[in-house]
Design a protein around this ligand. Structure first.
Ligand code: AMP
Length: 481
């Protein structure tokens, strides 16, 4: 199978060849004809499967072969809107749009928070055909009348599961309410929890359903391994593995920003070039860190789940779970960073006694056991007692999850979370935050406020927004951007 058989125009085939792609990936084989046909699409695809080209190529073809029915005061009408959960992913998808559309005359733009408004306003006023946006900043611009949705023909929700995990559901619904009724909708998600199914039912009209990889399975080419280790020896073990195996381009996941910074300091003390990537860093610092990592000027990038979401690096050889995620689907996302587009990769998890329950949850999800391998010199204490992974500070009553979903959380912690008996956290560095983070550094928009166009918000309004966007009853991610 080549790209020639998929119905793409010469301009797009040239762009694909420019990228060096010869064979479409499974998701591309299915998604490209489906999107070209014009109907809605529900696609199950992990990151690294080539899903971006799967929707961008046919979208470009449709936009370049049909004229917009709408004028817009002389400026280009916005005809395609792609929502992504993170600014990194927005930038990355926009780069793909530009690369695949290089022989076409379509303008695209990535719109995300954390950077100045003025250049974005100027670009929006000049007009773009395709906007790749994170929800918060998009709604800000809409409230300021900088963006007009009336000509949107194609709407894409990329990494929908992550968007919901991030507490973006209110923002997504708000955006949907602003779009024209008649449009093509494409929903991409790596996993299909019930919330995604519910959203898909509302959003999509008789969609084609395609699945690039079996549901919730981990990519076959990834070698997965667990190294049991004492909780306070993880940093030394990681340094040992990197040094001994001469690893380069290692992506390491920690649960918290603070944990990421602390680990970077520890690795640097061991002479390992490392950098942390998380939401506290400015966009410039994040972009530079990513570039340094890509050109191997640094060996290790330490990231939280949320910050890592948009990272796209081909054939990343090593992914390390320094902390196991409490949401098992995150494990699938994390290790999807390695073995991309068919390349082999290695996913290592450093697991201490506190995280055994998380490991069980993950193995249940991926439906296979992960090999345990004790590293000589780092044997875990067989008598170690599990301690709570999360502290209960920072958790307001409104943010208390209905179920904390973790056999790894000892009973005392549940009591603490419910306002009962209080215990001192075993790991004071671990703080709890709920799924209501907005990765752009601002809380989610509240409907009435966005409608009124009042962007500057009071502390009270902000508080109420936080409450309103807490997905009650949903599983709560305990991590930080
Ligand atoms: P994605 O899943 O969209 O993030 O894509 C993962 C990576 O695969 C990106 O770096 C793409 O450039 C690359 N890629 C996408 N399609 C192909 C293809 N048909 N052949 C080889 N690499 C591809």
């Amino acid at each position: 199978m080549t790209f020639d058989n998929l119905g793409l125009s010469g301009a797009l085939l040239r762009a694909v060849a420019d990228q060096g792609y010869t064979t479409p990936t499974p998701i591309q084989m299915q998604a490209i004809p489906a999107v070209l046909a014009g109907g809605d699409l529900l696609a199950g695809a992990q990151t690294g499967t080539g899903k971006t080209a799967g929707f961008v190529l046919p979208m470009l073809q449709r936009l370049s072969t049909t004229a917009s029915a709408h004028g817009n005061g002389g400026r280009r009408p916005l005809r395609a809107l792609i929502l992504t959960p993170t600014r990194e992913l927005a930038a990355q998808v926009d780069a793909s749009v530009k690369a695949y559309g290089r022989h076409l005359k379509l303008a695209s733009f990535a719109l995300f928070g954390g950077v100045g408004f003025a250049p974005q306003v100027a670009q929006l006023h000049r007009g773009v055909d395709i906007l790749v946006a994170t929800p918060g900043r998009l709604l800000d611009h809409h409230a300021r009348r900088n963006v007009d949705f009336s000509a949107v023909d194609i709407f894409v929700l990329d990494e929908a599961d992550r968007m919901l995990d991030m507490g973006f559901i209110a923002d997504i619904k708000r955006v949907l309410s602003l779009l024209p009724r008649k449009r093509q909708n494409l929903l991409f998600s790596a996993t299909f929890p019930d919330e995604i199914r519910a959203l898909a039912e509302k959003l999509l009209d008789h969609p084609r359903t395609i699945q690039a990889t079996p549901r919730n399975s981990t990519v076959e080419t990834i070698a997965q391994r667990v190294h049991p280790v004492n909780r306070h020896e993880k940093a030394q073990l990681l340094a040992h593995l990197i040094g001994k195996n001469r690893w380069q381009q290692v992506l390491v996941f920690t649960r918290t920003k603070h944990g990421a910074d602390k680990l970077v300091r520890s690795l640097e003390a061991d002479g390992i070039r490392a950098v942390a990537l998380h939401g506290n860093k400015s966009q410039n610092v994040r972009t530079r860190a990513l570039a340094d990592f890509k050109r191997s000027a640094i060996d290790v990038m330490v990231a939280t789940d949320i910050a890592a979401r948009g990272i796209d690096i081909d054939q990343l050889p090593h992914v390390v779970n320094y902390d196991l995620p409490n949401v098992p689907e995150d494990y699938v996302h994390r290790i999807g960073r390695t073995g991309r587009a068919g390349a082999t990769g290695e996913a290592i998890s450093l697991v201490c006694v506190d995280e055994r329950g998380f490991l069980q949850d993950i193995e249940r999800l991926i439906k296979r056991p992960i090999v345990r391998e004790v590293v000589p010199g780092f044997e875990p204490d067989p008598h170690a007692v599990a301690q709570p992974v999360f502290a209960n500070r920072n958790r307001g009553r409104d943010q208390t999850p209905k179920h904390t979903h973790s056999p790894a959380v000892p009973r005392g912690q549940h009591r603490a979370a419910q306002g009962g008996a209080r215990r001192e956290p075993a790991h004071p560095r671990h703080t709890v935050s709920s799924a209501v983070h907005n990765r752009e550094g601002t809380p989610s928009r509240h409907h009435s406020q966005a409608r009124s166009g009042n962007v500057a918000s009071s502390a009270t309004a902000r508080q109420s927004r936080r409450r309103s966007s807490t997905p009650s009853g949903n599983r709560v991610r305990v991590t930080e951007p």
